[in-house]
Design a protein around this ligand. Sequence first.
Ligand SMILES: [Zn+2]
Length: 739
Amino acid sequence: MLNRRKFLKTAGAAIPITGTLSPLVRASTLSAEASPGPAPDLVALPPRMAAIDPDTEPWQQRIRRVGQSNMTEHDPAVMNIEEWAEYWHSAKADIVFVSVTGILAFYPSKVRFHRHGKFLNGRDFFGECVAAAKKRNMRVVARMSPDLNWGDALEAHPEWAMRNQDGSVQFSDEEPRLFNTCMFTSYMDEYVPAIMREVNSLYDVDCFYTNGWPPLGSLPECYCAICSKLPRSGTPAYWRVFDDRVFELWQKYDGIAKEKKPDSFFFANLGGNVRGGPNLSRLGKIAAWFQADNQGRTYEDPAIWGCSLQGRVCNAVMGGKFAANVTAAYSTGAITWRNASKNPAEAEMWLNETLAGGMVPYYHFVGSENGFGEDRRWQKVGSDYFGWTAHHDAHLTTRRSIANIGVILGQSTQLLYPGPSTTRSREYMHETIQGMYDALLRGRFAFDFVHEDRLDHEHLSKYRALLLPNIAMLSDHQCNQIRDYVRSGGSLMASFETGLYDENLIPRTDFALADVFGIHQAGAVIGTVGNAYYGRIDRQHGIIEGFNNTNWLPGAQNRVPLKPVQNPVLTVVPGFVRYPPELAYPPISQTDEPAVVLREVGSSRVAYFSGDIERSYWLTGHGDLLRLLHNTIRWITGNEQIVQVEGEGFIEMIAWETAVGYAVHVLNYTNPNAHHAWMQSVYPLGPQTVRMKLPPSARVRSVELLRGGQSLRFNVESEVLQFTIPHVDDYEVAAVTVA
Ligand SMILES: [Zn+2]
């Protein structure tokens, strides 16, 4: 982040002064987002957690590195098993994935319709890989894929297929000989268990995993005989049935895994970020391993922080249990090359985010042509990175996040809410959460996601404030929990349609939290087409700080009209014509419709924006909206911070309590490719000063930079630990060891 003095220096040096535009005017206009605001009030970290005896933990909690060469049908003909095993072993992988599959058998399976790969030739390829891994003390995940099968299975079991509305079979988009299997049929109850039991009878594997199921980020749409009797896909009622089925199968498969040995388990593809698929809170309670199959940036989701965002989702539902995020070493994206390495800077940033997000790095490539790959460039990137982490496992193993702000993760709104009546779009909530996330990063706030089904006192008590970015769907129960939170002194910031729908997506006649925010709906959502609406500044307030020389601010694209309130801070100037410019003036320039409503009761402060302010910020990048969000977050939190990282640049900061102390992770997103295409190179940042107020019992022994490989001088005064990271390349971890 450019501070003002630095900006003036840079601007003076770089921009020729012409005409009447002085550098001073440019600086005050352009550095809006750089305003750091008043000095924060550092609050103390909580007392440290009790130590854990590692011997009492399940084995997967000690897994620190995961490797996978995803096996192709051709691999039994070409892959050098010794070279494969030696690579992952020398890269210090604790566990490797080996393919059993379900689409193609990698061993001489006797299960009917488990087709042998055409290069298998009766060989026990799976068994040889398991033996090579075990010989090197690596554990093995038996990887299955229950999502597709072939024509002979379809002929014998037409009921296994997913069907279109006209009754036709749903086939794979890429390989039409494969049909999509329906998760509600006996395919999942009989075929998949038969393979698991066969593997159990033949091999010593440590756990089972299914790829390709359950679906991520969207719900299946099937019209087979069973599904036709279920509620319509995409509805809250369907989501519950879908969840029940996922839960039932998950427990069934877990039970089969445990038939072999009690510490084995089953896990499946999760990930999908805030949108998830199955209810993540419910699955988080039974899952031994959260597999975030979130392998790289996509065209639809191009922001660089996709992996760390996923980490915050895992943290919201796993309660410290094992989570791993897959980094594709191959080329992901709109155009893919599944068998060619991607830019090292991009792969490394995804691995950085995995660690910063509290997950275990998992490195993945597809196919082993020509022994161990035609393209082997990914291998050194992975083994160097894994090798570095292996020196620092103690600091990279997280206990709990350090955060004083909770962002409610409204999974049902993400999955089921279609956007407001004015803007129906599947991307609507994605844009909303990205706007909130971007604003939080730029403000360097310490925040967690909090799942909507975990709003009890135990989960909320650590937060000074909760943010509800258009959490449209809220049940009465959830609203009561939020009410309790405010009553006990917590603060809130919410926007737009928050609480205007119940958990079944039934619209309410007024806001469910009308009493808490002091607001009442005055009509249906109003969108804008030309000039979006404005907020007129009616009086000064902390949230308006820094706005000078203007009577109004940008509002948002859409808003819920509100009934008037006493003493509004911002009132709505309704949207009007943008073109032609002759008509670009407000026919109504003053109303009594509030654009924001603020309340203070005891230590609790609540703020409600009637517009979709976070999404409008995401779509425009408007610095006024960013400042308004920052000011409001500072106001509701009483400007309290729990960890402070001060310096230039666009970073993501995530801090953790670790077994040995604390770790402050700094990810450098100051990069022309932060929002589009892959990282090509790194643009280093200057000094970052970290401050944390330690609990009285903690004595700092050392502060080390894990990437920079150096010890830092530090200062502790009145329990405030302060040190400066001299520079950050792509990533730095400041590891604090306490006695
Ligand atoms: Zn079906």
